[in-house]
Design a protein around this ligand. Structure first.
Ligand SMILES: NC(=O)c1ccc[n+]([C@@H]2O[C@H](COP(=O)([O-])OP(=O)(O)OC[C@H]3O[C@@H](n4cnc5c(N)ncnc54)[C@H](OP(=O)(O)O)[C@@H]3O)[C@@H](O)[C@H]2O)c1
Length: 309
């Protein structure tokens, strides 16, 4: 059995490839990327490396030749992904792929949630395509707190939010990648949707307190109204709609996404606990508190580098 991994140059794919190589020989992996030259390390081990872009279905069909299963790692062009992923699913099926695992996103049904629109649309496409599928609704990566959220807050000195104490569960990206590999390399995961997230939940002020416990650096936490939050974020120069490659201090989102995310959290849409990681991997998920303490040195360095005097 050969396994195709899409978007193979990214951090998620890298973790998944390392996990695959614990279970299957390198010769069983076909790694697809828009920049296959970035995959030389894996090619040297014996993996096949091929060009493929979700925007070019023919490239997917060519990349998927010989693959029986596919790990489809979601792309990042919000609003365009249902079409891109749908074309990719069709092309993979034409090439003979029989089982697709997909990195989806978590969120409760019935909550208006911009971040989930593309993912639920892709899940519908998977269901209607007739291929065996496994949707992995990954929780927010714990890594995002360290690399995306906190550096900005250390710089400004403030964590401004309108989540009003709403809680989120999270997941270690390595757990997410391990689950994606295990649903393809073991039996019994066909046509299932899993919530790949931890079994404890955190509000933003609890996360802020934990960060201070570890670094000793204080961030002023303020829960404000939607309008005040919008005005504050707008003042940072973040546009309402997503712009190609837009980035403010590492924040690549647009305000529509950010406002939606805050409202979803406030409405309890990411307050999801699950035992699915344990069901798939046979061990407990990494806990957020442990993750933060394991990254204590890195977090202290980020706080020191970014914090105001
Ligand atoms: N749960 C969370 O909190 C969270 C946070 C961030 C991201 N995510 C999702 O998880 C995915 C993987 O995460 P990551 O950390 O590895 O993120 P990443 O660095 O954004 O990687 C995404 C991968 O998507 C691939 N990709 C982008 N556009 C593509 C296209 N047109 N055709 C084919 N592949 C394309 C890229 O592959 P190549 O460059 O190799 O072609 C890239 O390696 C992301 O794509 C995103 O949807 C989830």
């Amino acid at each position: 059995m050969k396994y195709l991994v899409t978007g193979a140059s990214g951090p998620f794919a890298t973790a998944a490839i390392e996990e695959f190589l614990k279970i299957v020989p390198a010769q069983d992996l076909i790694l697809m990327s828009r920049k296959p030259e970035k995959l030389e390390k894996w090619a040297k081990l014996g993996c096949a490396t091929r060009y493929g872009d979700f925007k070019e279905p023919n490239s997917i069909e060519a990349a998927a030749q010989g693959a029986g299963k596919m790990l489809m790692i979601s792309g990042y062009e919000v609003g365009h992904r249902i079409l891109q992923h749908g074309n990719t699913i069709d092309a993979a099926v034409r090439a003979g792929v029989k089982h697709i695992a997909y990195t989806s996103y978590y969120g409760k049904d019935g909550v208006d949630d911009l971040a989930c629109i593309d993912h639920r649309g892709t899940e519908e496409k998977l269901k209607s395509s007739g291929v065996a599928y496994t949707s992995l609704r990954d929780g927010m990566y714990m890594e995002s707190i360290i690399s995306a959220f906190l550096p900005n807050f250390y710089q400004s000195g403030f964590w401004i939010t309108c989540t009003n104490g709403g809680k989120i569960s999270m997941a270690d990206r390595l757990d997410c990648a391990a689950c994606a590999v295990h649903v393809l390399t073991s039996e019994g995961h066909e046509n299932k949707i899993y919530e790949i997230t931890g079994n404890d939940t955190w509000s933003f002020d609890e996360i802020n307190d934990l960060a201070e416990e570890i670094t000793g650096v204080h961030i002023e936490y303020q829960d404000v109204s939607d309008q005040e939050f919008y005005t504050y974020m707008k003042g940072l120069g973040i546009p309402d709609d997503s712009l190609e490659e837009f980035n403010v201090n590492g924040l690549a989102w647009c305000l529509n996404d950010i406002m939606s995310s805050e409202r979803v959290i406030r409405a309890g849409g990411r307050d999801i606990v699950s035992n699915d990681i344990k069901t798939i991997l046979g061990r407990e998920p990494v806990k957020f508190r442990d993750f933060m303490w394991e990254n204590a040195e890195r977090l202290r360095a980020i706080a020191k580098q970014n914090a105001k005097n």
